[in-house]
Design a protein around this ligand. Structure first.
Ligand code: NAD
Length: 271
């Protein structure tokens, strides 16, 4: 699919990986609707999400690439928000050609100590969110001759690790949704794929995993993030939001690729 002039939705686009995806889609010529909560406080979480100002600055950065960009405030766990999001994008940009389900959250801890509230919220944002956004966008995608849905899963959706049961379960669910949707939407020429990012220095690591894993490594000056990159990535380097954006652009363009997942992890996961 040629991306120039196409219209894309990216959820969780105010910062981190979502922002990198929005920028790469814009550099490929697509207009982008950037969706985020506009409220950093989620009571189920130990860290702050993106602020309203992050979304505004991400929109400005995307516009600077010479395409149209629109901010949309929505919580991907609410069907009414997702339906309004799809309607607003179709009105503002004219159609929906690409949906990137990137919004996600993390909580870490052993199962015996993990709260039911945190489990429910991780599953709601990471697993139900892509379902609701797809459900809302599909009627719009169906109006075109082609389209693409790209779900941002994780290497944690390939191999689950201790302390990450809810997060991993939610990402395995994203993989299942990707495969089921690919078969459902193939006849309409809508391709559905996943990207599995590896290790990126975003809030998930700097504000959550470094603290959680750091407790077990007390006395070691190296951060858990740097240690994991050094030991798990064959290439011995971290991944960036631009790396994930390039993978999304590839999958949005790749006319004969559906139902698959593209791991962008420097070798930290090889399946
Ligand atoms: P991040 O916290 O920087 O970005 C997540 C974004 O989603 C934030 O802007 C946040 O405000 C938004 N968001 C959260 N809940 C939302 C909701 N209910 N509705 C709308 N927006 C919501 O983290 P990130 O690392 O950029 O994560 C982006 C995606 O990449 C996530 O799906 C994450 O699971 C995945 N991922 C990250 C890594 C990593 O190493 N950072 C690795 C693999 C996968």
């Amino acid at each position: 699919m040629e991306l120039k002039g196409k219209n894309a939705i990216v959820t969780g686009a105010a910062r981190g990986i979502g922002r990198g995806i929005a920028l790469k889609l814009a550099e490929a010529g697509a207009n982008v609707a950037l969706v985020d909560l506009g409220n950093p406080r989620d009571p189920a979480l130990t860290y702050n999400l993106a602020a309203h100002g992050d979304l505004a600055s991400a929109v400005d950065e995307v516009k600077s690439r010479g395409v149209k960009a629109a901010p949309i405030l929505a919580d991907v766990t609410r069907l009414a928000d997702c339906e309004r999001m799809a309607a607003e994008v179709a009105k503002a940009l004219g159609s929906i050609d690409i949906l990137v389900n990137n919004a996600g959250i993390i909580a870490a801890g052993p199962v015996a100590e993990f709260s039911e509230e945190a489990w429910d919220r991780v599953m709601a944002v990471n697993a139900k969110g892509p379902f609701l956004c797809a459900k809302a966008a599909i009627p719009h995608l169906m109006r075109n001759q082609e389209g693409a849905i790209i779900n941002i899963a994780s290497i944690a959706g390939k191999t689950a690790r201790r302390g990450l049961s809810a997060y991993s379960a939610s990402k395995f669910a994203v993989m299942a949704l990707t495969q089921a949707l690919a078969e459902e939407l193939g006849p309409a020429n809508i391709r559905v794929n996943a990207v599995c990012p590896g290790l990126l220095r975003t809030a998930m690591w700097t504000d959550v995993l470094n603290q959680y894993l750091g407790k077990a490594m007390r006395g070691n000056a190296e951060s858990p993030f740097d240690k994991t990159v050094g030991s798990a990535c064959y290439l011995r380097r971290e991944q960036t939001p631009a790396d994930i954006g390039e993978a999304v652009v590839y999958l949005a363009r790749a006319d004969n690729v559906t139902g698959t997942s593209l791991v962008v992890a420097g070798g930290a996961e090889v399946h």
